[in-house]
Design a protein around this ligand. Structure first.
Ligand code: FAD
Length: 366
């Protein structure tokens, strides 16, 4: 089929990689560049945390999350992203005065899913065996089989893979609206056998209950810290996480690094520190307040972060509906996927699998 994907962010790319497997011919429209650096999928920390997210999410997110983790390894093999994907667990900790947060966290998880009863409580010496740079913390939970995707590398590697497959890129092309098999650009209509709407927050012209939830992250680099697993610090006012990124841009396409304008600190480790969650669609740079919260929390996690270097900050909006759950809408020759909120990496492969099975693939079979 001759297919249009409108919005080449996270969902658009996961769609494209799946549709290419079935031999379809693809045109990808995006209002930004094909590198996708404006998509929320680029800003994301890329955590795959079906258990840890249950603190605030519903158990359906847990089920889709587990399925996505199964599906990611194949998708990442297709694009050749091997070293930007780890599944060796998440650490959840809190300061001694905030132990009630830690208790509330585990109680909530265990109330929502039976499997959470398997989550291990670590003391400081157990923790030091896993993560020596966290040994100052007297208690932590260790959740196995969670992890992360290096989301910035996912965007880069998927662009390269889509180029190799000679998809038609229509970058810097803002689509006005979509209808059954039709894409409207600059007051002209283009026709396709099937159209996918994966515009994230850009689909507000269709979904009147779609909102953006602002999130801010820092990229820090340090020679003195070696944390290998995503680590969450619970706090009564804000929650932060530290997600490792290996050696940052090292080994990455130099053009890409130039585009990112990242001055990488030689031989250092990079960490994504995030993320704020603010009911606002403002994507202007990070506020002083958010900056103070994120940096003071990370400094309290390990004081060696005090000498780390801030190499970048990013702000973007998560596309969300009122219930913070994803939505798939099917009609003739048109599928819309949206509302992945703070769970895009956690959900995209499973949601796309469902959307394809109920939409275009069901149509092809009939
Ligand atoms: C700070 C932050 C941290 C996050 N951390 C995580 C995490 O750790 N784990 C996780 O699972 N999720 C995380 N997320 C959530 C995840 O990034 C989103 O759920 C996901 O990116 C949504 O995917 P999407 O494809 O719908 O939107 P996007 O990735 O934003 O892609 C939408 C694309 O559509 C394009 N577009 C929009 N309008 C138009 C138009 N009219 N015409 C053409 N193109 C258009 C945009 O340019 C963009 O490229 C995070 C998000 C943020 C902001």
């Amino acid at each position: 089929m001759n297919i249009a994907i409108v919005g080449a962010g996270l969902v658009g790319r996961v769609l494209a990689l799946n549709l290419l497997k079935d031999g379809h011919s693809l045109t990808l429209f995006d209002k930004g560049s094909k590198e996708g650096t404006e998509a929320a999928g680029f800003t994301a920390a890329g955590m795959l945390a079906p258990f840890a997210e249950l603190e605030t999410a519903e158990s359906v997110i847990f089920e889709y999350g587990k399925r996505s983790i199964e599906l990611w390894s194949d998708l990442l093999k297709i694009i050749g992203l091997f070293d930007g994907y780890r599944l060796d667990g998440t650490i959840i900790t809190a300061h001694p005065q905030d132990m009630s947060e830690l208790k509330h966290f585990i109680d909530t998880l265990q109330f929502k899913v039976e499997e959470a009863k398997e989550i291990k409580l670590l003391n400081s010496s157990d923790l030091a065996k896993l993560e020596s740079d966290l040994e100052q913390h007297s208690r932590a939970y260790y959740i196995e089989n969670e992890g992360y995707i290096d989301s910035q590398r996912f965007m880069l590697f998927s662009t390269n893979n889509l180029d190799i497959h000679q998809v038609k890129w229509r970058e810097f092309t803002e689509v006005q609206r979509l209808e059954s098999g039709k894409v409207f650009v600059n007051d002209e209509v283009e026709e396709f056998d099937w159209v996918f709407d994966s515009r994230g927050l850009g689909a507000k012209e269709h979904f009147d209950d779609l909102r953006g939830v602002r999130g801010e992250v820092y990229w820090l680099e340090s020679n003195d810290i070696d944390i290998t697993r995503p680590t969450r610090l619970l706090h009564p006012r804000y929650k932060i996480y530290v997600v490792p990124r290996g050696n940052g841009c090292e080994g990455m396409d130099i053009e890409y690094c130039k585009d990112c304008k990242i001055a990488q600190t030689p031989n250092s480790k990079r960490y994504i520190i995030g993320a704020t969650e603010i009911e606002s669609e403002d994507t202007s740079p990070m506020s002083v307040r958010s900056s103070m919260e994120l940096l003071s929390a990370v400094y309290s996690l390990n004081a060696n972060f005090g000498e780390s270097r801030i190499v970048n900050s990013e702000t973007n909006c998560r596309p969300a509906f009122k219930n913070n759950l994803p939505r798939i809408e099917q009609s003739e020759k048109l599928t819309r996927i949206n509302g992945l909120y703070r769970h895009g990496y956690l959900l995209a492969p499973a949601i796309v699998e469902k959307a394809l099975a109920e939409g275009i693939n069901a149509e092809c079979v009939s």
